[in-house]
Structure formats: structure tokens, C-alpha cells
Ligand binder design. Structure first.
Ligand code: G6Q
Length: 545
């Protein structure tokens, strides 16, 4: 058996870390957080600095974490992933059994891509995307009245929604003049209704995104948008684009204005740099800006290939996460962007991390007896400070924080109030929070006491540009993969979401069947399924009575 498939707790590094965890670095020790420590515990790459002086570690911990990464062959596994080795599998059991090649989408800048065939496929799709954006710009693609399209409504859910939506929101200042994108995900009809009220059908394109081409919510919302166009006298065939898996039920060029493809080897939650993100982001920002996102992501993929953990930001962040989770017993992690633009980024990470690493079997199918993925959540600062930070500072649960910051604002519009700019206030607040969480404050009054020793890290770059966004996205994708590699779990499947889906489909069959029966004969007293649904209060009375 390959050594990287062994239980990670058999490594000497694991035992060493257990030992060290009995006396972790005390952040409340007077004089610990010196400028030297801040300088020393700082890693840089792809435009980002990771400041980890506020984590509960010292040189000994770092050395043991490096050993853990080496003994688990973390960087080597990342390289295997990029080269197309089948990393999405559970050995000996029926499983997806696929390569994991989202990195190939951005390996377009290298003369010798890690997986030439996958990168070639990605390039072909990029060429189609380029043509599409050129046609929009040149006027080759206009509506029936000869007007340009201004809005794009994207329909998709989960991995086919969260990443592109988070990125589109984050990069609004870079939008092409007069272009807007909107997203419909929820099968809640109010989601679509609210979006469709905002757009003028004649000037609107839609893009249905579904790798499988079968997702219930997406199929339903596609139908709804088709009807919206038809009611407005617009031809859906000239309005709706598709992004789907080759050979899926949605792979039907007759039905769509243009079709773009993603491939088996790109998981939904890792698909933001494929056409799933490409179509909405290139529509909104232009093709070149999308290529900048890819460039940033590629640069971070290269950083993730560095062997030294102090040079490898994603790996270091992953290992600090493992230190907090498995050795210091922390159950959750808060991602706190001090950037309003990133307000949906924690939601994307929630899926990317929790769907990837929320697993309780290893890659050999054995039940694990250690903690895997933490609960990931977060909101932008400083808003969160006025909301839930009370628990972070004085609650009974210790929540490690990952702050994300930028030295400059996106719009560059700022004013001095009380002698400082808003951007300075934002940055001062991060540092204040990290310090307060780490050092705490003794006090005679227990109500005003802060225990401290609450760890955090700060990720900081100059400005949130398309390139920085790509790098940040890839940093977290790699962090999540590294944690899975160390824990020996499969971070690339999602069996856990299947059961609920299957049960919902069975219930919907009952709904549909009852509607048919009711049309033929009214329900009787012994109509059991109907009574069950009624008892649960799930039937829409205005329709069923
Ligand atoms: C992501 C998951 C899941 C998926 C959605 C949408 O990794 O697999 O969130 O993206 O269920 O699936 P489709 O793209 O197939 O519609």
C-alpha cells in the first residue's frame, strides 16, 4: 500500500505534535508578540503575506508540522493531483474514481503543463469563451432589436453557483460599463422572481450551469426563465447559454445559444476557474480579467508546490488548521474578510471546505477516529465585531480566526475622518482583534476579563484585483486538499448530499402523484401519504384544497 494511504497517526511527526500540544505557545506571555515575531512568522507568495505570529506555535511546532507535511508526502500528493493521478477514490469500494484537475484550467501559462491533455481541453473552452466575449463586444451577438445584451442571469446551485457568485460580487469595481450578472440558485420561487424583476428580458442573456445536467433546482429554474423569456416575446434559444458536462442531458446544442463544457475531472466546488466561473466572470469583467483570475490562481498553485512549509502559504495554513483542530481541539474556523467585497467568499469556503473534508471514513473506507474538517463560517469585518465577536473573545468555544485583508481599497475612494482614513480604520481593527484575541486581558472584574490564547492568522495582499482574487481562491482550494491529504480522506467526493436528494425526490413523486389522483378523484379518509404530508404541514393548502 502507498505510504500516503496509511493512518497519519502512525507518523513520528504526529506523536511529536501530540507531545508539543501539552504545552502550546502561550500567546498571553508578556513580551511574546514582538515586532521580531511578527516579521519571523510571515510567509509570502503570489502577492499574499500570511502572518501567523498570532497562532499558538513556535519554532518547535513549525519543525514538527514540516515533518508531518513531509511524512504525509503532502506536496508530492498535490503534485500527483496536478498530474492527473486518480485522487478522488476510496480504495476497494465503488466511488467516483476520478482524477482531480481543476488546476489544469489555469496551467495555461506554463510551457510544460502538468497534465497537457486536460489543459488542452481547458484552452479549447477558453477559446470559445474568448469568441463569445468578442462577439458581445463587436456587436456580432445582439438581440432581435439590434441592441447589446447588458445582463446575464446565471442559474445553478452549489458548486455551480457559490464560487462564481462570490467572485463576481468581489470584483464589481472591475465590471465592464453597463454589464451586470445575477444569480438564481434556490428552488424557492421567490429567488427567481426577485432576480427577474430586476432585468429587462430583451437585453438579458441567461446561463444554465449544471455539470450533471440533472439537478432539480436548476432544471426547474431553467424552465422558469424560459417561460419568462417566452412571456416577454423573446426567443429562449437566442438567449440561454449552457455550461455542462460533456454528454450530460444538458449537452444539447440545439437547445442553447452557445454551450460550454466542463469535465469529469473538475469537481463542482472546485469549478470556479473552469467555464462555470468563466462565462459569468468574462461577461461581467471581460475576457482579459478572467485570464487574470486564472493567472493569480496559477501563481498560487505554484506556491503550493514549494517544499518548505514556511514558503508554502496554502500548506502552512492547512497545517496550522490541523494543529488547531486535531491537537488543540478546536471545532470550527471563522473566515473573517476585512473587505466588504468578499462578503460571499465565506459561503463559498463553507461549501468548498465542509463538502470536501466533512468525512468520517479514510481513503481505504475505514471509519476514522480523529476529527476531520472543522465547521467553517464567517462574515466580513468590521461588521462582525458588532455582532458575534463577543463569543470569539469571551465565549466558552475557542474559535480560530482567519482574517483576510488588503492594504488598499478597491475603488480608491476614501476620506479622512478623525485623522485617519477608512482603510486605515479597517486595518487597525484587524490588528486590534488579532492582538486582543491572542493576549487577552486579566482583570479583577470577571466580566471584563479576556482569557486570551485565541489564535488567528492574517492573510494580506495589496488590493483585491482579479489576479489577487484568483490567488486567494486557489490558496483555499489547495489548503483544503492539503488537509485531506494529511488526514488521508477523500476531499473530492460528496456522497453525504445524496440521501437527502433521493428522499426529496421520493416526496416530490408523492406530491405529483397526488395532484394527478386529486384531478381524477378527491382524496378519501384512508389516503395515507396525503395524511402524512398534511400532518407535516407540507402541503400548499391553497392548491391542494
Ligand atoms: C459540488 C457538489 C454540488 C454540485 C451541485 C450542482 O462539488 O457536487 O454542490 O455542484 O449539486 O450540481 P450540478 O452542477 O450537477 O447541477
Amino acid at each position: 500500500m502507498e505510504t500516503y494511504l496509511q493512518d497519519w497517526r502512525t507518523t513520528p511527526a504526529y506523536r511529536r505534535l501530540l507531545e508539543l500540544a501539552s504545552r502550546p505557545c502561550d500567546l498571553t506571555a508578556p513580551g511574546l508578540l514582538t515586532p521580531e515575531r511578527l516579521q519571523r512568522y510571515r510567509a509570502s507568495g503570489a502577492g499574499f503575506d500570511l502572518l501567523y505570529a498570532f497562532a499558538r506555535l513556535d519554532d518547535q511546532t513549525l519543525a514538527a508540522l514540516q515533518e508531518l507535511a513531509d511524512q504525509r508526502r503532502a506536496v508530492e500528493q498535490f503534485d500527483m493531483m496536478r498530474r492527473g493521478v486518480v485522487m478522488n477514490r476510496i480504495v476497494g469500494y465503488e466511488c467516483e474514481n476520478r482524477a482531480v484537475l481543476h488546476t489544469a484550467c489555469r496551467d495555461i501559462f506554463s510551457a510544460t503543463p502538468k497534465h497537457p491533455q486536460a489543459t488542452e481541453l481547458a484552452k479549447q473552452q477558453l477559446a470559445r469563451l474568448h469568441e463569445f466575449t468578442q462577439d458581445l463586444a463587436s456587436g456580432a451577438l445582439l438581440n432581435e432589436a439590434g441592441e447589446p445584451f447588458t445582463d446575464l442571469v446565471c442559474i445553478g446551485i452549489g458548486g455551480s453557483d457559490l464560487g462564481p457568485r462570490a467572485l463576481a460580487l468581489a470584483l464589481q469595481p472591475f465590471a465592464l460599463p453597463g454589464r451586470r450578472v445575477h444569480f438564481i440558485a434556490n428552488v424557492d420561487p421567490d429567488d427567481a422572481a426577485a432576480v427577474l424583476r430586476k432585468v429587462e428580458p430583451a437585453r438579458t442573456l441567461a446561463c444554465v450551469v449544471s455539470k450533471s445536467g440533472t439537478t432539480l433546482e436548476t432544471r426547474t429554474n431553467e424552465e422558469l426563465v424560459r417561460r419568462f423569456f417566452l412571456q416577454a416575446g423573446c426567443d429562449p434559444r437566442r438567449r440561454i447559454l449552457a455550461v455542462t458536462g460533456k454528454g450530460s442531458p444538458m449537452d444539447d446544442p440545439e437547445r442553447y445559444l452557445r454551450s460550454f463544457f466542463m469535465f469529469d475531472f473538475i469537481g463542482g466546488r472546485y469549478s470556479a476557474t473552469s467555464m462555470v466561473g468563466g462565462v459569468p466572470l468574462a461577461f461581467l469583467l471581460g475576457y482579459d480579467a478572467f485570464v487574470e483570475i486564472l493567472r493569480g490562481a496559477h501563481e498560487m498553485d505554484e506556491v503550493a508546490a514549494r517544499p518548505q512549509i514556511t514558503d508554502n502559504l496554502p500548506l502552512l495554513l492547512a497545517l496550522i488548521g490541523i494543529w488547531n483542530r486535531n491537537f488543540l481541539g478546536m471545532e470550527t474556523v471563522a473566515v473573517l474578510p476585512y473587505s466588504q467585497a468578499l462578503h460571499r467568499f465565506p459561503a463559498h469556503l463553507q461549501q468548498c471546505d465542509m463538502e470536501s473534508n466533512g468525512k468520517s471514513i479514510d481513503r481505504l473506507g475505514q471509519t476514522v477516529s480523529f476529527q476531520t474538517g472543522p465547521i467553517v463560517w464567517g462574515e466580513p469585518g468590521t461588521n462582525g465585531q458588532h455582532a458575534f465577536y463577543q463569543l470569539l473573545h469571551q465565549g466558552t468555544t475557542v474559535v480560530p480566526a482567519e482574517f483576510i485583508a488588503f492594504r488598499q481599497s478597491q475603488y480608491g475612494e476614501d476620506t479622512e475622518v478623525d485623522g485617519t482614513t477608512s482603510q486605515e480604520k479597517l486595518l487597525a481593527n484587524i490588528l486590534a482583534q488579532a492582538l486582543a484575541l491572542a493576549t487577552g486581558r486579566p482583570h479583577d472584574n470577571p466580566n471584563k476579563r479576556f482569557a486570551g490564547n485565541r489564535p488567528s492568522c492574517i492573510l494580506i495582499a495589496d488590493r483585491l484585483t482579479p489576479r489577487a482574487m484568483g490567488a486567494l481562491l486557489a490558496l483555499y482550494e489547495a489548503k483544503i486538499a492539503f488537509q485531506g491529504f494529511v488526514w488521508n480522506i477523500n476531499s473530492f467526493d460528496q456522497e453525504g448530499v445524496q440521501l437527502g436528494k433521493a428522499l426529496a425526490n421520493r416526496l416530490l413523486d408523492i406530491f405529483a402523484q397526488q395532484r394527478r389522483q386529486e384531478a381524477e378523484a378527491p382524496p378519501t379518509a384512508d389516503d395515507l401519504p396525503r395524511h402524512l404530508l398534511d400532518a407535516a404541514g407540507l402541503l400548499n393548502r391553497s392548491r391542494s384544497r
